[in-house]
Design a protein around this ligand. Structure first.
Ligand SMILES: [Zn+2]
Length: 88
C-alpha cells in the first residue's frame, strides 16, 4: 500500500498528542469538568474530521513551547508536538 504524507502539519498540545497516538483523551477529565471536557473532545474530533488525511504523531522531537493555540483542541499556548497527515 502506498501512503503519502500530506503537506498539512499541526502543532498540538500533550492532550491531543495522546489522543492522536493512543485514542486516549482521559486526561481531559483530569483537567476539566465533565461538560467542558466533552466540549473540547468535540472540537478535537471536528478538527480531525475536517483535516485532509489520517493524523499521525510525528516521531520527531517535540516542537517545544508555542504561543499559538493548539491546532487540534484550540487550547492556549503551551508545549507542542508535531502531527502529520497521511493520505490513504
Ligand atoms: Zn490540543
Amino acid at each position: 500500500m502506498k501512503t503519502n504524507t500530506t503537506n498539512e502539519e499541526w502543532k498540538v498540545c500533550d492532550t491531543c498528542a495522546n489522543y492522536i497516538a493512543n485514542g486516549d483523551a482521559t486526561s481531559l477529565d483530569y483537567y476539566y469538568q465533565e461538560e467542558e471536557a466533552a466540549k473540547i473532545l468535540d472540537t478535537m474530533n471536528k478538527n480531525l474530521e475536517e483535516a485532509q488525511g489520517h493524523a499521525v504523531l510525528s516521531s520527531e522531537e517535540p516542537y517545544g513551547f508555542s504561543n499559538y493555540t493548539c491546532d487540534c483542541c484550540e487550547s492556549q499556548a503551551g508545549d507542542r508536538h508535531i502531527v502529520k497527515f497521511i493520505s490513504i
